[in-house]
Design a protein around this ligand. Sequence first.
Ligand SMILES: [Zn+2]
Length: 225
Amino acid sequence: MTLEQQRHILVVFPHPDDEAFSSAGLIRLYRNMGVPVTYACLTLGEMGRNLGNPPFATRESLPEIRRKELEEACKAMGIEDLRMMGFRDKTIEFEDNEKMVQLVRNLIDECNPSLIITFLPGYAVHPDHDATGRAVVEAVRRMDRNARPTVYGVGFANNTIAEKGEPDVVIDIMSVKEDKLKALQAHASQTAWMIEENQKRIDEGQPMSDSWFHYEKFYTINVDE
Ligand SMILES: [Zn+2]
């Protein structure tokens, strides 16, 4: 699939590392084409369960660690416009709906994106993920039809393919897989286990796991549905 040219891309996810798993390759490919990318990361994921063993962080130090990791990941993806929106982790689902929609609307007004990347509501496993996707979809739904950006949704719940079919957007990211690996490595507090698993596979002569480093897949969301 060849990449459509974009004017500006707005990425909206609730947790640092959501972007690295789901879209680091796509983001890097677009940055290599010179497309500006704004990443609005709603929380610092400070409620993450993983404090390490032995613990490398306390509840108090974790936000600062994840902030630095996020900045490092953005470097790997080439993102120059990172917005840390300052919400508390695990609270997005309880935020006032209107407030979230307005927040997305303000970002759209400011960036004038032709593409938004977020979670596919209902198929994103974590309540904060679903709430984030819902706010984006609602903000875009309220826009004039001809002014709406395209919205790509990341869905990975077990029932996603059974209910939504195969994702319609499949991006080959092999050419930037090193950058994606770097972005994932940057989120060390969350991904160290995964990187280790992957290295083991490589050491055992198995090819790199196809799912993260070969393709990234998205659903184009019909906001009127
Ligand atoms: Zn997340």
